[in-house]
Design a protein around this ligand. Structure first.
Ligand SMILES: Cc1cc2nc3c(=O)[nH]c(=O)nc-3n(C[C@H](O)[C@H](O)[C@H](O)COP(=O)(O)OP(=O)(O)OC[C@H]3O[C@@H](n4cnc5c(N)ncnc54)[C@H](O)[C@@H]3O)c2cc1C
Length: 383
């Protein structure tokens, strides 16, 4: 029996889209986990393969090369990626975040320049907000983009950047007016090919998500044409960030709930196969109660997530609702993954078991996309 009810926002067209997403994730993602973990990145070719079958930029309008779908398509692909046990491919950032900034905040010329190539996989996207000295406090970024004729001169260091070793189009959060706080922030699009002064640092050594190329990036007097200022108006960066962050947080929640569901399913199966003291582990009351609690967590999280997806599809998901779904689902995922791992005994601690990966991947979700403390800060301001 499935752990959750069918989502209200699904329909037969989305069901057939799921088949495509499912077969791609099972064929192209699931078998490569160990290889990508060792390489600390996915194959560059993966992006073009996904582009060829139309799985990139699903909710970007067709006129700009996207799939012409909605956030529902993005959500299904995220669920199937989680179901394949993949935590390496940074498509959520590429399609769900970078392409959306361009589509929602870019000029018509910028959309025509970048969206078709993001959709084909010819360009890989990243967003560089965080710096060594500041993450949560984005108004305080030190990166500067100072106008010099028909260019900006960009200086700064970014860290923890998803897709950092492969990205060819990077949204860099920088101050065009360093004397101002939020009002001085702009989003500068860096095309890395041939960009003098741009350097990638090492792929960082994380406790999980080993196949994802989270990296440091350095910008030393990088000259960026003024046409690459997203939206074409200085000082709009913070407003753009505030508009786009709810979708980023909803994306994290979709992945969290899918990962939670997967963890519980695996654990039910494992505990029905493993025996101790002459019976299935599942038949100890502690196991059944822990799994009953975990199944309830999944069902409750899914119900609120579905409500948020519906609101987002109608353009009605606000910053507070997105903060609530992000902190709640990622917090519950951490607990559920931990309880499930416990029921695997020592095998739960072995990297070759998907539950071990689910546990390490779960941990970071309370940190990125705005920490859960910042989510509570956002919510509390409305109380
Ligand atoms: C795997 C991974 C991928 C990432 N991908 C990206 C990416 O693609 N692009 C990008 O720009 N960044 C990315 N990040 C960075 C991530 O968004 C930041 O780590 C996060 O926003 C927190 O910032 P920080 O690490 O500087 O922590 P800090 O801001 O230094 O926070 C440290 C602690 O203080 C708490 N804190 C801070 N301010 C407050 C407050 N006002 N009230 C209460 N508590 C507070 C925080 O909640 C946290 O517990 C990624 C991080 C990781 C680990």
């Amino acid at each position: 029996m499935p752990l959750t009810q069918r989502s209200s926002w699904l329909d037969p067209d989305l069901d057939s889209f799921r088949e495509l997403a499912h077969s791609f994730c099972q064929k192209e993602l699931a078998p490569n986990h160990e290889r990508w973990s060792a390489a600390k990145q996915v194959d560059r070719e993966l992006w073009r393969k996904a582009g060829e079958v139309g799985l990139l930029c699903l909710s970007i309008p067709e006129e700009h090369g996207g799939g012409g779908g909605t956030f529902a398509h993005e959500a299904i692909l995220l669920e199937e990626q989680a179901r394949a046990g993949d935590d390496a491919w940074g498509n959520a950032v590429h399609s769900g975040i970078v392409a959306h900034y361009v589509s929602s905040c870019g000029t018509e010329d910028q959309k025509k320049r970048w969206l078709p190539r993001l959709a084909s996989g010819d360009l890989v996207g990243a967003i560089a907000m965080t710096e060594p000295g500041t993450g949560s406090d984005l108004q305080n970024v030190k990166a500067k983009a100072i106008r010099d004729g028909d260019h900006y001169v960009l200086n700064g260091t970014k860290t923890f950047i998803t897709n950092g070793s492969q990205a060819e189009l990077i949204i860099v959060v920088a101050k065009t007016d360093p004397g101002e706080a939020a009002k001085g922030v702009s989003l500068v699009m860096v095309e890395t090919e041939g960009a003098e002064g741009f350097r990638r640092g090492r792929v960082l050594d994380k406790i999980g998500m080993h196949g994802q190329d989270t990296s440091e990036l350095f910008f030393d007097d990088v000259r960026v044409p003024i046409e690459n200022l997203l939206g074409g108006v200085e000082g709009q960066g913070f407003i753009h960030l505030m508009q786009q962050l709810p979708q980023e947080r909803l994306i994290i929640a979709v992945s969290a709930v899918a990962a939670m569901e997967g963890a519980v399913e695996q654990t039910i199966q494992y505990t029905k196969e493993r025996t101790a003291f002459g019976r299935e582990i599942f038949n100890f009351q502690n196991t059944r109660f822990k799994l009953a609690e975990a199944a309830t967590e999944v069902a409750v999280c899914k119900a609120y997530l579905d409500q948020c997806i519906e609101r987002h599809l109608k353009g009605e998901l606000d910053v507070t609702g997105a903060a609530m779904v992000k902190w709640w689902t990622t917090d519950r995922l951490s607990r559920v993954a931990d309880e499930c791992l416990q029921l695997f005994g020592g095998y739960g601690y072995m990297n070759e078991y998907p539950i071990a990966r689910a546990w390490t991947s779960a941990r970071v979700q309370r940190i990125f996309g705005g920490t859960n403390e910042i989510m509570k800060e956002i919510i509390s301001r409305t109380l």
